[in-house]
Design a protein around this ligand. Structure first.
Ligand SMILES: Cc1ncc(COP(=O)(O)O)c(C=O)c1O
Length: 436
């Protein structure tokens, strides 16, 4: 039986996780900094042979802790941001505006203005947005670089909530629709817009090559169509993120070398060997997903004639993926690799029926106070966390090398729960921690 998916990582060191839980309390997110960097490097070096050059944008949304983002920027990633907030975070880490890619299907005028002022590359999602952006660039007298997010209508063979590249989703300009070409024409003619690239992010947690291959073929065809119609070559083709990771023992990850040889082969055979565009990717999960665990403590164990429950001190407010995406995360009892005696649901502390973090797992019977590791918790876990049911947010710890441990986010407090609340003046004295 496989007892962990984080092979070769400090995250499988139960002694270390137990020490960290004692020192920092639970629930606790623990990240393996070396693994994050190693994942970046293994993907980057796989593309070394591509003559056009390659660039990786880290999708900040996967894990926005600044220490995690900093590791990836220092390794050579560029920021891929979804909001003005993420742009500001990337800038605070020292990223130049011109290194940032802003992709969202619904950008506010303030976000478009921020992008123009900071020379951020705007990945445009609609003609309406393009016109608004042009007006802002003209008003500010600052030409802006744009790419277009297109919708290639590719099935990424993943959960429906994270499939973004088929034509019924809200994302991008349909490749099969004249709007995509129209967008490039408008940008090409405008003195305020500089079209430099084409992007399609087709979905997340993709475990097969075929959707990436199809996306690459379609973007190359669009690249050639643009060259034929408008007479210019784009600087880059961006295939988005989406590389899947091993959440379950039977999952087999795509190897970086297989992705590189498939994609580079398609691009070079479609576009030739010279004057190749740069290839861009926007992984999030691939770098950080398997590089984190959530350590939780058992509150109690309950056996019933129908189901057995291990009740823990976290819930879907801090670990939403099972509920949101029907995601399966591998779970193990820390310090007890023994075979399961019974089947258990690992149940959260939120007052909702759906708060089951892992369903029907064969686990050794724990006692109150034991520790559980919820694996694959580095991406889209803390980032999706809320204070629902008035639980303060968990702490986050980064481990590097043999023994470097840094608390990279302190545990939330009751005052944090109240930090933005305001007290109406006619209600009398404000409760402690609330601003009058
Ligand atoms: C536009 C865009 N790029 C990149 C990503 C990162 O995807 P992943 O974490 O699956 O690599 C996402 C995720 O939703 C996205 O929306």
């Amino acid at each position: 039986m496989l007892t962990t998916i984080e092979s070769g990582s400090c995250l499988r060191d139960d002694g270390l996780l137990a020490q960290l839980a004692d020192r920092f309390g639970t629930p606790l997110f623990v990240y393996d900094g070396d693994r994050i960097v190693q994942r970046f490097e293994s993907l980057a070096t796989a593309f070394d042979g591509y003559a056009g050059g390659v660039r990786f944008h880290y999708a900040l949304k996967a894990n926005t802790n600044l220490a995690v983002v900093k590791l990836l920027l220092a390794a050579g990633a560029h920021p891929e941001c979804i909001s003005g907030g993420e742009v500001e975070l990337a800038k605070r880490l020292g990223a130049a505006g011109s290194d940032i890619l802003l992709t969202s299907s619904s950008k506010s005028p303030a976000e478009l203005e921020l992008a123009c002022r900071d020379d951020v590359l705007v990945n445009v999602d609609s003609l309406d947005e393009l016109q608004q952006l042009e007006a802002i660039a003209r008003r500010l007298d600052r030409p802006v670089r744009v790419s277009f997010r297109v919708n290639p209508d590719v099935d990424p063979q993943t959960h429906r909530h994270i499939a973004t590249g088929h034509k019924l989703t809200k994302f991008g300009l349909l490749l099969e629709d004249a709007h995509y070409l129209e967008g490039f024409k408008i940008a090409h003619k405008s003195e305020w817009l500089r079209p430099v690239g084409i992007q399609a992010h087709i979905g997340s947690q993709i475990m097969t090559l075929e959707p990436f291959e199809r996306n690459a073929r379609l973007l190359c065809a669009a690249f050639l169509e643009l060259e034929a119609e408008l007479g210019f070559r784009l600087e880059f083709i961006d295939l988005g993120g989406g590389i899947g990771i091993r959440y379950q023992p039977q999952h087999v990850e795509l190897q970086p070398s297989d992705i590189a040889s498939a994609v580079c082969g398609i691009v070079t055979s479609a576009l030739g060997q010279t004057r190749l565009p740069q290839l861009w990717f926007e992984p999030g999960r691939y770098f950080v997903g398997g590089s984190g665990v959530l350590v939780a403590r058992v509150h109690s164990v309950k056996h019933t004639p129908f189901r057995n429950f291990i009740n823990v001190d976290t819930g879907f407010n801090q670990f939403l993926r099972p509920l949101l995406y029907e995601a399966h995360h591998h779970v193990r009892m820390i310090g007890n690799a023994g075979l399961g005696e019974q089947r258990y649901d690992v149940a959260g502390n939120i007052c909702e029926t759906g708060d089951i973090l892992a369903e029907d797992r064969e686990l050794p019977t724990p006692v109150a106070g034991d520790l559980v590791a919820l694996e694959g918790a580095g991406a889209y876990c803390y980032a999706l966390a809320s204070e629902y049911n008035s639980f303060p947010l968990p702490a986050e710890v980064l481990v590097r090398g043999d023994s470097q441990v840094d608390l990279i986010r302190r545990r939330g407090t009751i005052d944090d729960l109240l930090r933005a609340q305001q007290w109406p003046s006619d209600f009398g004295e404000a409760p402690s921690g609330v601003e009058a």
